[in-house]
Design a protein around this ligand. Structure first.
Ligand SMILES: [Ca+2]
Ligand SMILES: [Ca+2]
Ligand SMILES: [Ca+2]
Length: 572
């Protein structure tokens, strides 16, 4: 079922960012919904979490919840039948001895009997049971109590009310099914997941997960930190003041900062079960921030260097990465896979690293299109997005390159009618900042886009690697696809004649369960030959006379209505 956006949410209007939108319309577009922390203050408090494998040395158990009944074993081995004179006599004898007024509810297996108590309201059930055990007729007495399924429910205040997309398929058809997965593992800090994006902010619900990364932005006009490449990947803001001139000649009106890298990192690895803000997918992996995108976007040259470095490959002029990532999350892109991107993917795959990339989003008012680079490169795990109801989001690009779908907020394709979303849309809760240029107050705010579906897949791969660190990239892909749940019947993805939405919906529990014994993979794919960029529609890696490759952040922006309802799959 979809989750409606909270009412007090303010949408980041397209009117605030016209120049970037115009420029981005060739690529993708997105919607970032900003919500103040104030509206979150009312978030419900949660039940105490139950940890099957607590990560601390303090092993506290939640207090039991009692039913008010008692399970008794009689010393004579008899379990008297209901409503007989013998039963009444026995109950009266116990009451005379213990003061506890008993009535038979039913016999149980094992010569036990379930009894109700009418005069012990408010007493500690354990104390009542202790009194019963002192009766010479009673061999044992135990308070009946409620048990729970051992789904792990983190205590982050956003989790239950606003992060239903992380829940079970019973909670949301499109849910990632994480509570059961978290009973199996909550990840390992031996796993490093890189976020190739705008850098990071030390958000209090994220910062302890961040390890030292690198800033690969070469041009100061893009980096907005006063210089070229450096060892500090913090995000100074990618806002574009009025008149910012990008290297493609675009002159911008004011564009606010997106804090996109922080948002993306928070989806996969917000500090979880800390009673604060949101829950992430993986609770323990280390997050490696690799900054490539700033004002005007990300250049292919910086992005490919950053991806290579993230996975442990050397980049001239940059110290080697001491903590290479097994998973490289790329929630940005544009154009068609070129030879340089493909070679990076091949080299990373050969090192055992997987690249997880967003398929891209439709421009406002446009029909969602095909998968864009680097998600369309061979060997990349391309991710499309579905709404909480499990249907492909109307903005989400699709195509045969897509491996899997994950929640990204938005509106299921078939529910977009006359430019509105029938039944309400879903949003992804992310960690961000109120600052429109430089950072000010940290917040939790809502977002939509394949940008946010992608780190859900990256985080689940982190969980898989925690239970089986020897998974190869091919085994990771096979495990994700085999464990995916089917796309809902009679929705966009099942109506297309060819598969364009990947193997199905991401299922963390099934994926983690399968990870120790991954499906057989075909002969490990020989590294795909670099493809030659023949695209003429711009955005490829060509260079020369075409505009510089500028990857765009794959958040959906602006309350401009929804991507037009697709009647079929359109490949550009
Ligand atoms: Ca710099
Ligand atoms: Ca920097
Ligand atoms: Ca948290």
């Amino acid at each position: 079922m979809p989750t409606a956006a909270p009412q007090s949410m303010s949408w980041s209007s397209i009117a605030q960012r016209p120049s970037r939108w115009r420029r981005w319309q060739r690529w993708h577009v997105g919607r970032v919904v900003l919500t103040s922390m104030a509206m979150l203050a009312a978030a419900a408090s949660l039940a105490v979490p139950m940890a099957a494998h607590a990560d601390t040395t303090v092993r506290l158990k939640p207090a039991p919840r009692y039913t008010g009944n008692y399970i008794v074993r009689w010393r004579d081995g008899q379990a008297p039948s209901d409503n007989t004179a013998e039963t009444a006599r026995r109950m009266q004898q116990v009451q005379d001895s213990t003061g506890v007024a008993l009535a038979v509810k039913r016999k149980m297996g094992g010569a036990l009997q379930l009894l109700s108590v009418s005069n012990a309201s408010g007493e500690d059930p354990e104390a009542v049971a202790a009194r019963l055990r002192k009766d010479p007729r009673i061999a044992d007495a135990v308070p009946d109590r409620w048990l729970r399924v051992h789904d792990t429910t983190p205590n982050d205040p956003e989790f239950v009310p606003n992060q239903i997309y992380l829940g079970s398929p019973q909670q949301a058809v499109g849910g990632v099914n994480l509570p059961k997965a978290w009973d199996r593992t909550r990840g390992s800090n031996a796993v490093v997941i890189a976020v190739v994006d705008t850098g990071y902010l030390p958000h209090p619900d994220l910062v302890s997960r961040i390890i030292p990364g690198y800033d690969f932005i070469t041009q100061p006009v893009v980096s907005n930190d006063g210089d070229g490449r450096d060892a500090d990947p913090r995000d100074p803001g990618d806002n574009e003041p009025v008149g910012t001139v990008c290297s493609d000649g675009t002159v911008n009106t004011a564009v606010p900062s997106t804090w996109h890298g922080t948002r993306v990192a928070s989806v996969l690895g917000a500090v979880t079960n800390n009673g604060t803000n949101i829950a992430g997918v993986d609770w323990n992996a280390q997050i490696l921030p690799v900054r490539v995108s700033g004002r005007c976007g990300a250049q292919l040259s910086d992005t490919v260097d950053g991806m290579r470095w993230a996975g442990g490959l050397s980049v001239p002029g940059v110290p080697d990465n001491p903590t290479p990532a097994r998973v490289i999350n790329v929630s940005l892109g544009g154009g068609t896979c070129s030879s340089v991107e493909q070679q990076a993917i091949n080299d990373l795959t050969a090192r055992g690293a997987v690249v997880v990339a967003a398929a891209g989003n439709a421009a406002p008012g446009q029909v969602a299109g095909g998968v864009e680079a680097p998600a369309d490169c061979a060997g990349v795990i391309a991710v499309t997005a579905h709404a909480n109801d499990g249907e492909n989001a109307s903005y989400a690009n699709v195509g045969p390159e897509v491996a899997i779908s994950a929640p990204g907020g938005g509106c299921g394709n078939s529910r977009v009618q006359n430019g509105a979303c029938v039944g309400g849309q879903s949003v992804i809760r992310t960690l961000a900042n109120d600052g429109t240029s430089t950072p000010t107050t940290y917040n939790v705010s809502s977002a939509q886009g394949t940008s946010f579906a992608t780190p859900m897949v990256s985080g689940v791969i982190g969980l898989m690697l925690a239970v089986n660190p020897s998974l190869t990239p091919a085994q990771i892909v096979a495990t994700l696809k085999t464990s995916a749940r089917p796309h809902p019947a009679n929705t966009f993805c099942t109506r297309t004649s060819t598969a364009v939405c990947g193997a199905g919906l991401l299922d963390a529990d099934a994926a983690v369960a399968l990870a120790p014994t991954p499906p057989a993979t075909a002969t490990p794919p020989t590294a795909a030959q670099p493809v030659t960029d023949t695209s003429s529609n711009g955005g490829g890696g060509g260079g020369g006379a075409v505009a510089p490759w500028l990857a765009v952040l794959l958040a959906v922006g602006g309350a401009v209505g929804f991507a037009l309802r697709r009647r079929g799959w359109v490949r550009r």
